[in-house]
Write a protein that binds this ligand. Structure first.
Ligand SMILES: [Zn+2]
Ligand SMILES: [Zn+2]
Length: 63
């Protein structure tokens, strides 16, 4: 309660840290969560959700 709502996107640990700490911003490059990883033997379930960090937005594809 009372927490800011700005962190609506779900980031990987690397990107979360890189976003929070300027001295760790290079960790964006270490993030490998660029696509959804489906849970094996299941349909529609995700094991790992794609990282929503802005650093993965490709230039030219923005709305
Ligand atoms: Zn990032
Ligand atoms: Zn990321």
């Amino acid at each position: 309660m009372g927490a800011p709502v700005e962190a609506a996107v779900e980031r990987s640990a690397e990107c979360a840290l890189a976003t929070q700490r300027l001295e760790h911003r290079r960790l964006h490059a270490a993030c490998r969560r660029t696509e959804d990883i489906p849970l094996p033997h299941s349909r529609g379930l995700l094991l790992v959700r794609r990282c929503g960090c802005d650093c993965h937005q490709k230039p030219g594809t923005a709305t």
